[in-house]
Ligand binder design. Structure first.
Ligand SMILES: [Fe+2]
Length: 183
């Protein structure tokens, strides 16, 4: 079954069929990418080496668990809309917006950088989905995407905090100017 030919069930939900069809398609795309990302984070959890092994092993596991909850949330929004959730490993591999994981990653920073790249792509996609579903008029799915977006941005910060060793001074100055009204 392709994602273009998944069934739509009759439902008493008060959202138009055209809205449901488009929203379900967006959600199934997210489902594939989220499953892919979750398994890639688990890959990092298992294979990370180096002197930060244990803290990263734990961090990656917490991130994978969070993504697993999002997988379920996205899939069950699809079914709540009368759609068919397309969430097997094969479909995820075929439909995901992400590249395959980097198999030569060994040390902690290799995994951090690889995951930060993928979280950034995923975060961008989720933010686009906020606007797409808002335009379609499904506020609940928009709310779901906003919740996921906030969590993914936070995880991107967690990852990048390992990589950010010095501030870009001009940007830091601009933030201070906005905040305190100093130029
Ligand atoms: Fe584990």
């Amino acid at each position: 079954m392709s994602s273009n030919h998944s069934p739509l069930y009759a439902t008493r939900i008060d959202l138009a069929e055209t809205i449901r069809i488009q929203t379900i398609a967006i959600l199934n795309q997210t489902l594939a990418s989220t499953i892919d990302l979750q398994t890639q984070v688990k890959q990092a959890h298992w294979n990370v080496k180096g002197h930060n092994f244990y803290q990263l092993h734990l961090l990656f596991d917490a991130m994978a668990t969070e993504l697993e909850e999002f997988v379920d949330m996205v899939a069950e929004r699809i079914t709540a809309l009368g759609g068919y959730a397309l969430g097997t490993a094969r479909i995820a591999a075929k439909q995901s917006e992400l590249e395959e994981y980097v198999f030569d990653a060994v040390e902690g920073m290799d995994h951090i950088a690889a995951l930060a790249d993928r979280f950034a792509i995923f975060a961008k996609s989720i933010r686009q989905n906020i606007h797409q579903t808002a335009d379609l008029g499904d506020a609940d799915t928009t709310d779901l995407y906003t919740e996921v977006s906030r969590a993914i941005d936070k995880r991107l910060w967690f990852l990048e905090a390992h990589l950010q060793t010095s501030a870009i001074h001009t940007q830091a100055h601009s933030i201070a100017a906005y905040t305190f009204g100093v130029v």
